[in-house]
Ligand binder design. Structure first.
Ligand code: 7PM
Length: 275
């Protein structure tokens, strides 16, 4: 399998690393915009050197209990960053957004992948993604970020998530979207108990055999903390292990904070596979 966008090809015959760009404007609040961009570009360069092929840029905090961000605010955060990364690097750029306007404005400055935790359910998102004709990650979430962890419930978590992704994909194709632009993500941590998350990790192959590349994002998430009884800062080994298990079960895009460490783990796995 492969992805194509803006005259680039991403080979998915082996797992690719999507590095998460930490861009929280609050933490640099008293520094100018150029300084912020500079810091972000430094972080991007570091992740690319460490083995990431995709950089994931997000402007809306999707953490549980997070405040929603206005469209203008999200545009102000994301678009200049996409533009700056595009000018400096020829990497793949994905944008973590649910808003149609952010998708179209980011596409104008070089976005390659739409990464939508709401699977194109916001107004105009579906038609916009189809029109942009870019690879699009459809992620499963139960509920909304602010309240999704209150009381997750599934009849059968694997079947329910599978049905959701199949339905969203069918709509995308009906509207004229291309099958080769669809990426699936079970959405670890998004309206799921620890048990639900580990069942989905165990059954990742059920998703991978459906014909769409599978993206897995477990990095530093609470499902790891629950097992390890460790804080976010202490979840490095857990995150790398989780990414490796997802890859072994068929995920081909790994969304991670710790790029260098994940790249090492994948190299060992590949050495074994190629022996
Ligand atoms: C709590 C929940 C804290 C989620 C932080 C997060 C994913 C994503 C995010 C994912 C895709 C984080 C996230 N997670 N996009 N965006 N898949 N496609 O860990 O799992 O950064 S936000």
């Amino acid at each position: 399998m492969k992805l194509q966008a803006n005259n680039k090809v991403l080979d998915l015959s082996h797992p690719q690393i999507m590095g998460i760009l930490n861009f929280t404007p609050d933490s640099f609040s008293d520094s100018g915009q150029f300084f912020q961009l500079d810091k972000a570009l430094f972080q991007v360069e570091k992740m690319l050197n460490a083995g990431a092929s995709i950089i994931d840029i997000g402007g809306e905090s999707t953490r549980p209990n997070a405040q929603e961000v206005s469209e203008q605010e999200e545009l102000n955060r994301v678009v200049p960053l996409v533009e700056a990364v595009r000018k400096r690097f020829d990497c793949w750029i994905s944008v973590d957004t649910s808003k149609a306007m952010v998708m179209s404005e980011s596409a104008k400055v070089g976005m390659d992948i739409i990464n939508d935790i709401r699977a194109l359910q916001e107004p105009d998102a579906l038609t916009t993604a189809v029109k942009l004709a870019l690879p699009t990650c459809l992620m499963h979430m139960q509920g909304q970020p602010r309240t999704m962890q209150a009381n997750p419930y599934y009849k059968n978590v694997v079947e329910d998530v599978l049905e959701f992704l199949q339905n969203r994909t069918a709509l995308f194709l009906q509207q004229g979207g291309k099958a080769e632009n669809v990426i699936w993500d079970v959405g670890f941590g998004f309206g799921k108990t620890v048990q639900h998350n580990f069942t989905l990790l165990q059954q990742q192959a059920r998703f991978a055999v459906q014909g769409y590349p599978v993206l897995a994002g477990l990095s530093r998430k609470s499902m790891l903390g629950a097992v390890l009884d460790k804080t976010v800062e202490q979840r490095l080994i857990g995150s790398v292990t989780g990414a490796l298990l997802a890859a072994q079960n068929g995920a081909t895009i790994l969304r991670v904070h710790d790029v260098a460490e994940t790249a090492d783990a994948l190299k060992i796995w590949q050495a074994m596979m190629n022996a």
